[in-house]
Design a protein around this ligand. Sequence first.
Ligand code: KG4
Ligand code: ZN
Length: 338
Amino acid sequence: MKNGKFLTLAFESSCDETAVAVVADGREVLSNVISSQIEIHKAFGGVVPEIASRHHLMNVNAVTEQAIEDAGVNWDEIDLIGVTKGPGLVGALLIGVATAKAFAFAKRKPLVGVHHIQGHIGANYIAHPELKPPFTALIVSGGHTSIAEVTYYTDCKIIGSTRDDAAGEAYDKVARVLGLGYPGGPKIDKIAKEGDPNAIKFKRVYLEKDSLDFSFSGIKTAVLNYVNSEKQAGREINVPDVAASFQQAILEVIVNKAIFATKKRGDEKLVLAGGVAANSRLRAMLSEACQSNNIRLYFPPIELCTDNAAMISSAAYYLYKQGKRDDLTLDAYPSLPL
Ligand code: KG4
Ligand code: ZN
């Protein structure tokens, strides 16, 4: 405790960010340190799991010290340790889990494992101090695309999910086809601004009537086929047009399904989370759709959209308040249902 506030220190290492944060009372960020490995993985066009684990191991202690220092606290004042327990890359997760357990043991602190998606939702509690469940949540990231009903801080049920690729994965794959580099999401976001979203009509995949599930595995092939046939016909590819049209095709489906789910549940609030929540076009389209449907939209600032540990601290805090505790048998779970 410091100044009467409950301090949670949490670790996030599910993919290529080694992150440690200290958050007060589940909502106030005292420090949020992120050591990104993007530059390292860029050379391979995607995250290499073994390399990610090694770098987590190399960096985690320094990142932890930095988080403590930036927060201006000492270990005695930390009340709880949180950590992402899954889903994610198993080797990467293990570094965070092992470090969290080691500190919990050595410093005699309670420990709580957090589901990564619950963490992404938690980013919104930090960004919007007045936000309370219930609400509908749309989680779009490199590893997940889901719609969830959130009935309490700790109660979250998935009501729709991708059946194949995640939205961020589709962005990254299409960016590779277009030669834009890794990670593709922010690159497509930027270049699409100069393109025409209606230039090429890529198929909108809605699946069965009223389904809240997604499928994004076909779009990469559709873009690839388009690029190849244009090349064969000797025409030059207009990259901004292709990027804008691809983005339009998947975002229209995402926005329509999210609004449909929110209305169907009778929720007044829609909460956006995950790395793709940083996308400017998605934010604009959802804002407009929410406005015309009388739904209040919440999303975090860009730095809390992509992986970070502040969001894990927030989720760990609410789990702890609900009586959740883990012990030193806590493990890493690469595919963890919510
Ligand atoms: O949440 P996150 O950091 O990691 C996972 O939990 O997966 O999300 C990373 C994903 C990547 O696929 C990245 O390309 C995508 O989020 N992303 C974006 C944008 N910024 C990050 N996608 C579209 N537009 C963006 N501005
Ligand atoms: Zn994530």
